[in-house]
Design a protein around this ligand. Sequence first.
Ligand code: C5P
Length: 237
Amino acid sequence: MFLWKLCMSDSKIIVALDYPTSDAALALAKQLDPLRCRLKIGKELFTRSGPAVVEALVYQGFDIFLDLKYHDIPHTVAKACSAAADLGVWMMNVHTLGGGAMMIAAREAIGKQSDRPLLIGVTLLTSMDQSTFEQIGLQGSLTDTVLRLAKLADDSGLDGVVCSAQEATQLRSQRGNDFQLITPGIRPANSEQGDQHRTMTPADAIAAGSSYLVIGRPITAAEDPMAALVSIEQSLL
Ligand code: C5P
């Protein structure tokens, strides 16, 4: 339990801190309010800056989604999840392709207490198309596989999955209201698409059933990141 976490954010917006250095990440975080958003730390920032940047942002009051997509034998993933929980993160993820035993071990490792981190599964990476899917020996349709892996995640005790907002309606109807759907690929109307292809606006993604929106460049590349965040918040009212 982290005593400095006196106030909890209820924001649905997770800002992706895709930076190569902790100085750049901390400078962006300084412009944001921990009550108005949560932050995602991924592999680049974590590999370069390590647990120190996570602890610094947790100390500043931010809810942190540690996006390291653990995928290994059950024992190793359980130990990694336990270590992430010790950093005080709010959410972390594992790869559902690691299988049910791995997910169950991960879930057991983060404990039962009410302030435990949320444990989320990555189903199929959105970079995977039909040919890469078949290349690794998977068969059937990508969508059916995502739905099946989400069910396995749910049955293994995970709190939800990362998915495309385009899959959210189907997942929401199959998995019910308590299952968390974390959706990247969000673009406010009139913002740059960048390298994202199948995007949705924040309001449409929430209407489709998303629980949390992962948003990077529309906020981090804005001249005034807090103003960009407020404008997205207002679009959700
Ligand atoms: O800048 P942008 O809003 O495109 O950032 C989206 C974030 O979500 C990035 O950190 C990206 O790695 C992550 N992500 C994604 N698509 C996925 C899974 C994660 O864009 N399927």
